[in-house]
Design a protein around this ligand. Structure first.
Ligand code: MN
Ligand code: MN
Length: 451
């Protein structure tokens, strides 16, 4: 057995001082004092906090955006993940138009082989028809119960009526669907308008995707959810206007899940006017908003109105990829890195306003529950998987592209002073990283989600 001794455990019952033992890939004992046998390996973690392994419910690894591939594939992205305490990523398998969901799933499973952390999939539906509909029970059987649809991006979007049908159909498998809420057709025209005005730099990005187009799309999703009598999931919420729409839907009794990401809690749109095209590093969608939005979302996180904080990790290199849009902001590949730094950034930024159990909920437990991995994951519990992040709150260090493991030439958190670091991270009971450095163990596996 591996025995973690003298730590403080963050459990569903609250914080407890206890030892934790793992055998193979399971947690087998949680007791005040677990005596070690000769064959056991003991880790003294006095002063450390033990979390259920963090789950990033929103990553794009090995994605082709139609023009280029993301800087990170599964191998590099999950290596970064384990160094920062994330033991499971939920990525997006995307159906090609004319193709089946099953083929898409097989393809993405192959891409994910050799991952350092565990992985599950949301299935992005881009071609809704009778055949796709008939595949929903197949997906359930294969272990995919969360889906994705887009209100933006011409190659990915579904129509409003299609989304209504999807929402209705998912009820039969108890599935959930996350939706990219921005009004794509309006954005297409607003982008042309900015370019025609001669606004070609990154600062035109947020202007072409104002908060209203997010709020409108969230509102549409909520009403379609009401019509279908189905729950809805708003991914990467970025604005106060969008938050108000969610509040209104919840007030009338609807089940609306909300995700936001660290970038919307730390930065405002001032970053887009940095010199030397630096703003391109923050060209992601929805865009960063005003400080008023940042504060509204921070309060929503603290007040429990946000269910999950995941990253939308979608990395492109600044020098060779972001700069393709040097003279046209619409050609800057959208997305930014985050999978390696989310737990550290959140635990540092919210150290005075969130308790450790609240962190565990926002970054592990709620993802596990919403996407049907609980209690196998998302909880320190006897019988649960031995995915564990040991946090040392007494270690200080500085986040930099120079010391990261995800495969991209920048981080939006460059210079961030972290107050704490992942001391040990176990994936399936195997030590995957220590003091923020990988051990070289590659034990990630596909995690089916079961309703
Ligand atoms: Mn999106
Ligand atoms: Mn995304």
């Amino acid at each position: 057995m591996n025995i973690l001794k003298n730590g403080t455990l963050v459990t569903p019952q609250g914080m407890i001082r206890a030892d934790l033992a793992m055998k193979q890939d399971k947690i087998v004992k949680i007791e005040a004092d677990i005596p070690a046998q000769k064959s056991d390996r003991v880790w003294d973690i006095t002063g450390c906090v033990v979390f259920p392994g963090f789950i990033d419910g929103h990553t794009h690894l090995d994605l082709n955006n139609g023009v280029m591939d993301t800087a990170d594939n599964f191998k590099t992205g999950t290596l970064g993940a384990v160094c920062g305490g994330t033991t499971t990523v939920i990525d997006f398998a995307t159906q090609d138009k004319g193709d089946t969901l099953l083929h898409a799933l097989d393809h993405w499973k192959k891409l994910a082989e050799g991952s350092s952390c565990n992985y599950a999939f949301h299935m992005a539906i881009t071609d809704w028809n009778e055949r796709t509909k008939a595949e929903l029970p197949v997906m359930q059987k294969e272990g995919v119960t969360s889906f994705k649809a887009y209100f933006a991006y011409d190659s990915l979007m579904v129509s409003d009526y299609q989304l209504l049908e999807i929402l209705e159909s998912l009820k039969s498998i108890d599935g959930i669907i996350g939706v990219h809420c921005e009004n794509g057709p309006i954005i297409n025209e607003l982008q042309k308008r900015e370019l025609a005005r001669g606004n070609t730099g990154p600062e035109a990005h947020p202007v072409s995707r104002p908060a209203e187009v997010e709020a409108e799309a969230i509102s549409r999703l909520c009403w379609l959810g009401k019509l279908a009598d189905a729950p809805v999931h708003v991914v990467h919420l970025s604005s106060k206007l969008g938050l108000e729409v969610i509040r209104a839907a919840r007030k009338r009794g609807q089940m609306v899940y909300a995700e936001t990401c660290p970038q919307y809690l730390l930065f405002d749109d001032g970053v887009y006017s940095q010199p030397d095209f630096e703003g391109a590093k923050f060209v992601l969608s929805p865009p960063l908003r005003k400080m008023e939005d940042v504060m509204a979302l921070r309060h929503a996180v603290i007040d429990g109105e946000i269910d999950t904080v995941s990253t939308d990790h979608c990395s492109f290199n600044f020098e060779t990829q972001k700069k393709v849009g040097l003279h046209d902001f619409t050609k800057i590949p959208n997305g930014g890195p985050g999978v390696e730094h989310r737990p550290t950034v959140m635990l540092t930024s919210f150290q005075d306003s969130l308790s450790y159990p609240e962190f565990a909920k926002l970054m592990s437990e709620n993802q596990a529950k919403l996407f049907h991995l609980f209690p196998r994951k998302g909880a320190l519990k006897v019988g649960s998987d031995a995915d564990i992040a040991v946090w040392d709150p007494n270690c200080t260090w500085t986040i930099s592209a120079a010391n990261q493991h995800q495969n991209v030439d920048y981080t939006p958190y460059e210079g961030f002073q972290a107050s704490g670091r992942m001391k040990y991270v176990f994936v399936n009971g195997v030590l995957a990283s220590q003091d923020g450095e990988p051990t070289g163990e590659v034990v990630g596996r596909f995690e089916p989600t079961r309703t």
